[in-house]
Design a protein around this ligand. Sequence first.
Ligand SMILES: Nc1ncnc2c1ncn2[C@@H]1O[C@H](COP(=O)(O)OP(=O)(O)OP(=O)(O)O)[C@@H](O)[C@H]1O
Length: 360
Amino acid sequence: MGDQTFLELRQVASTYGATQVLKGIDLTVEKGEFVALLGSSGCGKTTLLRLLAGFVAPSQGTVQVAGRDISRLPPDRRGMALMFQSYALWPHMTVAQNIGYGLKLRKLPSAEIGAKVEAVQSLLGLHGLGQRKPSALSGGQRQRVALARALVIDPEILLLDEPLSNLDARIRLTVRHELRALQQRLGITAIHVTHDREEAMVMADRIVILNGGQIAQQGRPEEVYNNPASSFVAAFMGAENLLTLQAEVEERRVRFASFPGHRTLTMPVPAHRLASGMIEARFRPEAAQLFEAGSDLPEDGGQVFDGRVLSVSYPGGHWRHVIRLGDKEVMADAPRAFAPGSDVVLRVANENFFAFNPAA
Ligand SMILES: Nc1ncnc2c1ncn2[C@@H]1O[C@H](COP(=O)(O)OP(=O)(O)OP(=O)(O)O)[C@@H](O)[C@H]1O
């Protein structure tokens, strides 16, 4: 990063009364980068965004843009635009008036406001809708008006607070791509808050996962997905199947103590630190392979368990099974259905079997 750094947070903390919501956040963002802040409810995502926008002051630490400390600047002098989940369009104003509102507050001449509003309307495919009221628009169009209102002030940084969560699932998929394409075309730096993993994965250059007001991990979507740094991140990235195993960590191998039905008792040590003792092993339903009991398995290693099918359903594209392994239940996907009650063998490749010591 280094020279490219545009936005930089150093040791940023934030408190509401006695509650510390953000704890020592260090984050650098490059110009033109799209960063998604991902985390479960209450982890501090919105607080971090509001702090960047200037609505919340840090209790500690600094925020810099292009090398300048903006920690104490008011919101309207930060070159940032914030777009909310609820679009908060003025119902009594037309589309054009809504879009131009920020420029009017900045006391721009009305001819200039008109030209800028016109330009951003055509950029966002809102041409011809300028005189309508928000109530006469579809959800997707309203969302674009809110985006137009954010972009018309030429922000250097666009802050997005779950802007797509009020849209229905189909429109949301289209708008994701539109928003990403526009952000890339304009070269605008964007920070996007979401709790939707897939949305973060498809839109962002980099994902920052927050947990309890701290950064749990950050990296390109595929890095975080394939190499989660902790059990929390693995679970958050979809590896929700959890087995608790006892293991001895040797120089090159992890040696598992026996777990009912677990046939493979070793795996190579992972790249991250792992200590002997209790291990949380996580894997995704789609990382599991199912075989009929007694069938020959591929000879390429991986973790192999004997299990029994408890139920099967068809969510689309594959069959999803609930499988009993020892005293645990896990989910496993397969291209065909295995009947409830049948004995199966479940295999997970070692690289998809994420092992961690439980968080202290
Ligand atoms: N004005 C406030 N006063 C006191 N506590 C607050 C205030 N705003 C937020 N909090 C608390 O701070 C924590 C973080 O809130 P924040 O809104 O940043 O979370 P979030 O990650 O955006 O969650 P969500 O996904 O549910 O919006 C929560 O525990 C919340 O209850």
